[in-house]
Design a protein around this ligand. Structure first.
Ligand code: AP5
Ligand code: MG
Length: 214
């Protein structure tokens, strides 16, 4: 089962990708998490990516594509994976298709989690993220047991640098310009599935399960 999660920043791609990964026992591959972990460890990639991410811009395709293509050749991906935050541009989608074609594989579903822009800014200011394990919380919808501390690994929770309202607006603009065209791209391949991301998280997940088990 090879799944791509599409949707605006804050639509709930990460939230749903984690649940899919748990239920279907496939790895959750988030380019955002991989990049943030590189920033935390001050790697060369992290230092370069940070300049773009803090402004809400996309990291250049050349840096991101090889990250993902190397990752899905690892052994734990043999039964599939959930890609979260990749592809994010048409060139990335084409690079993914080329890499998959070369090993006679293809994407099975592109799931678009739809949330209108006006809901997004509100959600992002309440999000708290763990840089230790990638877990995501929301101060109202899914608060951690102890304020500011990750339930899973005990690390401190942060407000992501790119979740400041003005940066979120820029990320939304970048999304509409560069990522939204992927909806048409995957629709043309007949693998696009749409879910209403404004619903409660568990209802969004139920809709996804219905699609995957149809
Ligand atoms: P990335 O980390 O992918 O960020 P993003 O796409 O902007 O999306 P988010 O992670 O912010 O949102 P999400 O959809 O995962 O929502 P979440 O589940 O957390 O990328 C960050 C940056 O890295 C990019 O800007 C770019 O610079 C770079 N980058 C990454 N990949 C790249 C690529 N391929 N190419 C180039 N650059 C790349 O949910 C959000 C909040 O809402 C949470 O608090 C959650 O608890 C809450 N929530 C979720 N669902 C619901 C619900 N149904 N109801 C109420 N609240 C909900
Ligand atoms: Mg995410």
């Amino acid at each position: 089962m090879r799944i791509i999660m599409l949707g605006a920043p804050g639509a709930g791609k990460g939230t749903q990708a984690k649940k899919i990964a748990e239920k279907y026992l496939v790895p959750h591959i988030s380019t955002g998490d991989i990049l943030r972990s590189n920033i935390k460890n001050s790697t060369e990639l992290g230092l370069e990516a940070k300049q773009y991410m803090d402004k809400g811009q996309l990291v250049p395709d050349s840096l991101v594509v090889s990250l993902v293509v190397d990752r899905f050749k690892e052994a734990d991906c043999k039964n599939g994976y959930v890609l979260d935050g990749f592809p994010r541009t048409i060139p990335q989608a084409e690079a993914l298709d080329t890499a998959l074609n070369a090993i006679s594989e293809k994407v099975d579903y592109a799931i678009n989690v739809e949330v209108p822009d006006e809901n997004i800014v509100k959600r992002m200011s309440g999000r708290r993220a763990c840089l230790g394990c990638g877990a995501t919380y929301h101060i109202q919808h899914i608060p951690p047991k102890t304020e500011g501390i990750c339930d899973t690994c005990g690390n401190e929770l942060i407000l992501r640098a790119d979740d400041a309202p003005e940066t979120v607006l820029n990320r939304l603009k970048v999304y509409h310009d560069q990522t939204q065209p992927l909806i048409e791209y995957y629709s043309a391949k007949n693998i696009l599935k749409e879910v209403d991301g404004v619903q409660d998280m568990k209802d969004v997940f139920n809709d996804i399960v219905t699609i995957l088990e149809a």
